[in-house]
Every structure is written in C-alpha cells, then in structure tokens.
Design a protein around this ligand. Sequence first.
Ligand code: NAD
Ligand code: ZN
Length: 361
Amino acid sequence: MKMNFKNFPMVSKVVFGRGSFTQLVEIISPKRQSDSAPFIFLVDAVFENNTSLISKIPLLYKDQIIFISSKEEPKTLQVDRLVEDIILSSSVLPSGIIGIGGGTLLDLAKAVALMLTNNGLSHEYQGWDLIKNKGIYHVGIPTISGTGAEVSRTTILTGPTMKLGINSDFTPFDQVILDPELTQGVSKEQWFYTGMDCYIHCIESLEGKFINSFSKIYGETALKLCKEVFLDTLSPEESQDKLMMASWHGGMSIAYSQVGVAHALSYGLSFLLGTKHGIGNCIVFDHLFEFYPEGVKLFKQMKAKHNISLPKGICANLTDKQFDIMIDVSLSLEPLWENALGKDWKSKITRSRLKDLYSKM
Ligand code: NAD
Ligand code: ZN
C-alpha cells in the first residue's frame, strides 16, 4: 500500500521575545539583493500614526511602506493590484515582502510574495499545490495573536467564486518575528475574537477524525494556553506571551489535521456577508453545542468572563438564494466536514440542517 503522509514545510527561521522587533534590521539586511531591489513593508493601517513602531522599520534605498486597512479580509483582486503596483514601481523584483499586522496582513504578504514570481492572477492559484515557483523572501510579524497565519502553509483569499486558500509548499514564511509587545494595543473585543480563532482551531483539531499524535500534542498545548489566557488571571505580559505561543501551536496542530464545522460555516458567512474570520467563528461556534459540547460550554464561560456580546440576527433577513450561497460555500469545504463527521459526512449533514443553523445566527 502506498503511504501518503504529508511532507510539509515549516517556517524557516523564527525569533521570539519581547522587544525582538528591534532586530528587524539585522535580520533582513543580509537578504537585500541589491540597492535597487527594495524591501516592501505591508503594514496594517492601524499603525500609520504609531511612531514607535514605524520608527523601527528601516527604510533604505527604494524600500517602501504600504499601509493597508484590514477592515476587509484579503481579496484576490487586492493582491493582484498590489503586485502590479510593486512591479510598476521597481525595475527589479523586491528583495523581500514583510507583513506586519494580523492574519489579514500576514496573508496579504504571503500572497504578494508568491504572485510576484508566478504568472497570471491570484484566483487561479486558490486551491492546493497550484503554485509553481518559489516566492520572494517573505517575513511575517504578527501584531495580534490567534489565527496561526504566522505558521501556516496557506494564505486565505476571497476570490470571484470562493473564499479559499492558496495552499502550497512555498506559502510559509521564510522568517517570523514573534514579539508579544506588538500586541499591546489590541481592543478587548478583537483580542477575544482572534484569540478564539485559536481556541476553535484546537477544539476542531482535537475533536476531529484526522487527529494524530503530532496534531494532538500541539493542539493540547495550545488549548492549555488558551484556557490560562481566557479563564485565569494573568499579567498582561504573561497573557500576551502565552497567546502568541498558543496561536503558533494551534496553527501547527491544524497543519497536520484540519479544522471543522465552525470554520466550514464561518467561511459561508464571510463569503456572503463579509463577516470577519474571528468574530464569524465566534458567532458560529456559539451554536455548535451538538457538535462540540465541551468546547462550546467552555467558550460560553470565556465569553461571559470577558463580557463579550456577539451580534445576533445577522442572517435574519436573508433570502433563500442567499442561504443557498452560504450553504454551497460551506459544503464545498469537504475536508473540513470529513474531519468533523467522518467519511460518510454527507449522510450526516443536510442543506436544511445547515439552513437551520445559519437561521439561528
Ligand atoms: P485582522 O488582521 O483583520 O486584524 C483585526 C483587527 O485588529 C484589525 O482592525 C487590525 O487593525 C487590528 N489590530 C491588529 N493588530 C493590532 C494592534 N497591535 N493594535 C491595535 N489593533 C490591532 O484579524 P485576524 O483575526 O488576525 O486575522 C483574520 C484574517 O486571518 C482573515 O482574513 C482570515 O481569513 C485569516 N486567517 C488566515 C489563516 C492562515 O492560516 N493563513 C488562519 C486563520 C485566519
Ligand atoms: Zn481560523
């Protein structure tokens, strides 16, 4: 029998430590190809007036900072436009792309780095292993913890027909800088939503059919850290450090397993309504007691402890056609359903059951 174990790439280099962001210059300098090959920094627009952060970004020669709003999740069109702008503004390929922000900016940095060396448009590469050429050197610097985008082998984009990742061996970052101090300014709500993405990754991975020792160890470690961060009382520093490590481990856990029902449903919400990943997962997960009883019970405790009230009725006025769009997106994510419910998942989940679930949200 042919063995089919995934042989998957990892982030090549990682720095961890409070204040490690100040090492950015020495880390990237050796990677400069020439004076005319710039480093392009894609930075969340929330930092535009944050002089303490911006002053630590070393701009030399033709280096550029591009501020990008993370109000909306990354789109294939947005990636294509960024790539075109970068190509037009420089006679040679950049030396590197550095993403500074949350999952949105990290995914944009990965996608831009890949599309600078692969022909055509980014939506043509949504899926698995379609990327042919190695991307430009790319660095990820998270400023909010939870998504695991800093370790993953995907960059999730909303395209003309799908919200789907560009999954490839060339997607992971060449370098990640984990500096928990950068997560200081995050609002309580956003901290909770993005942190819960990590918690939900753990539950979906640990409760899934694809679970194995590799994913289990990472998932259990991340879950333990999430419980400490969201249920115990930690100092801000300890909480920032632990959530950053939880995010990393949660990402490693799903790298070798898969997410499940919450992600399958939340992709539908995101595609139709533009609901962002963190909050979307929370809205969905709140209704998934039948699938993840223990996980949902604890989620509700965390929500109560931090006084989080989730939006209600976001699907109240949708038409049947709109429900169908969400259900189509959700059901197309077959590996997620298979992980959650097993090979015969199609006999366990029906369109009307999904419609019932969405109607409650
Ligand atoms: P985000 O990047 O959209 O950021 C959320 C909000 O927090 C934004 O308003 C941002 O401006 C703000 N913010 C970030 N850092 C801040 C800071 N230090 N101080 C103040 N505000 C700050 O949110 P996210 O939840 O990190 O990422 C969601 C995105 O990640 C989605 O697009 C999702 O598809 C993607 N994602 C990717 C993967 C992957 O493996 N590639 C995994 C999960 C999610
Ligand atoms: Zn997620």
